[in-house]
Write a protein that binds this ligand. Sequence first.
Ligand code: CUA
Length: 158
Amino acid sequence: MHIDKLEKNWAGISLGIAGLFVAVILGSAFFHGIHAPSNVETIDSAKLHLSAEFAEDKLGVQRNPNGSVTVRMVAGRYGFYPKDLTLPAETAITFRWVSLDVIHGVHMPMTNMSTMIVPGYVAQVTTELHHAGDYPLLCNEYCGMGHAHMWSNIKVVS
Ligand code: CUA
């Protein structure tokens, strides 16, 4: 079978590019330890109110002995609970979210914080907030008719 030389060259170039992408992915994941922000930790979404961590009185901001902060929130149509949070600036903050019902997203504009909240799993992001001010915490995953009204208010204080 005859394959045109030009076609062979281009096939080689495209395979080379595909190979380069695989090498970059493997290199970053295994040699540099770079992974997608993910947290595989399951939870029963129907029994959050009975869980040790996400019962209503456990939600909100918690100071840890080492000075860091853990924030626990529940996302459900159509709100994040608690609705208002005050957080310290320049402090390691670990957010932990669970969903009551469907897939929600969470995004804080003007920061790099964004993740999905999948029912049945605990979504977790650790970040630092550098600028004092008022920020919305928005749902960025379409979750139904009230999606546009789903947010919490975050006050960052320095
Ligand atoms: Cu929750 Cu959109």
